[in-house]
Design a protein around this ligand. Structure first.
Ligand code: CUA
Length: 337
């Protein structure tokens, strides 16, 4: 091959690789990692991207060079000269991709193994999905539960993901991985938060009418702030009283579908709970009876204008929690309505 050809091919390859690099760098393909696991995934992503850009540059350069240099004149209908391939070239273009793909496979396996390994002493967090809300519990830290996920920075966390009804899927883009929530089994997802902040928790498996609003938030806190929050939650749970019903409301994600001013809830899949007294009147039932029946047997009476979308899982709430929730809704709706 002539020297000039090599130079031209190299210049073309650099040009096309440069164009692809601009697309790779100036488009926000992935969010900034907030966990060590996502950091590793991002590394593999860039490794694959750099390899792809190099291959793209070379292939496009040869293609464009050939189209331009070896094109036939418009009136040339003759066959080209027969060719017999080029053994040396074929060995190279087989060997180089084989090495690149193997390198990617090795890097990916290491990242997968590291991301999935849950170390001894990881903080367990129960992640419970149900139509259409998330709730989070901390079995290692007393009877604390929350409708948002809070985790301390720097500690390995074992998210134990369950579903009470249908398939859901847990996803925080900044944490990198998705994990399905499957009824009857516990799926694990390990995270080691590295960056403070608030990130969206998204249900990423179509699960019914309220799927698109099945969202929450994940807050990565300093270990000290996290400890303080846990202490606060324990105190609130211990003091009981009016806060008990509110805690049940929040930890079961009622606000994902319902509006209730007292709980700062703005859902609109189901009826507005500030209007409960009016709804009970319409249904011809005493307020408390109406609320209790709507929770434990939601299919019996459907509030006009709303779909039959209330999950059937709340009948299994412990009696003390159910009583507290009903009382809370009676009080809150009288105030809010
Ligand atoms: Cu739960 Cu989509």
């Amino acid at each position: 091959m002539r020297r000039g050809t090599i130079v031209q091919l190299t210049l073309l390859a650099l040009f096309f690789a440069g164009c692809a690099t601009l697309v790779a760098v100036f488009v926000d393909w992935l969010p900034d990692p907030a966990t060590r696991e996502m950091g590793r995934i991002t590394f593999v992503f860039w490794m694959a991207t750099i390899i792809s850009i190099a291959v793209f540059g070379v292939v496009t350069a040869v293609l464009v060079y050939s189209l331009w240099k070896f094109r036939a004149p418009p009136d040339d209908d003759s066959d080209g000269p027969p060719t017999h391939g080029h053994t040396k070239l074929e060995i190279w273009w087989t060997a180089i991709p084989a090495v690149l793909v193997t390198a990617l496979a090795i890097a990916s396996s290491i990242v997968l193994a590291k991301d999935d390994a849950i170390p001894r002493g990881a903080l367990r967090v129960n992640v419970v999905a149900q139509q259409f809300a998330w709730s989070f519990g901390y079995p290692d830290l007393g009877d604390v539960s929350s409708s948002t996920l809070r985790v301390p920075k720097g500690r390995a966390i074992d998210l134990q993901i369950r579903s009470l009804d249908v398939l859901h899927s847990f996803w925080v883009p900044e944490f990198g991985q998705k994990q399905d929530a499957v009824p009857g089994q516990i799926n694990h997802l390990k995270i080691t938060p590295t960056r403070l902040g608030v990130y969206p928790v998204i249900c990423t498996e179509l699960c019914g009418l309220g799927h698109s609003v099945m969202r929450s938030a994940a807050r990565v806190m300093t270990p000290a702030a996290f400890e303080a929050w846990i202490r606060e939650q324990r105190q609130a749970a211990a003091s009981g009283g009016g806060t008990a019903g509110k805690a049940v409301f929040l930890s079961n994600g009622c606000g994902g579908c319902h509006t209730l001013n007292a709980a700062n809830a703005r859902g609109n899949v189901g009826p507005d709970l500030d209007q409960l007294p009016q709804a009970a009147q319409k249904a011809g039932q005493p307020l408390e009876t109406y609320i209790r029946e709507s929770i434990v047997d939601p299919g019996k009476y459907i509030h006009p204008g709303f779909p039959d979308a209330m999950p059937r899982t709340y009948a299994s709430l412990p009696k003390s929690q159910l009583d507290a929730l009903v009382q809370y809704l009676v009080d809150a709706s009288k105030k809010g309505g």
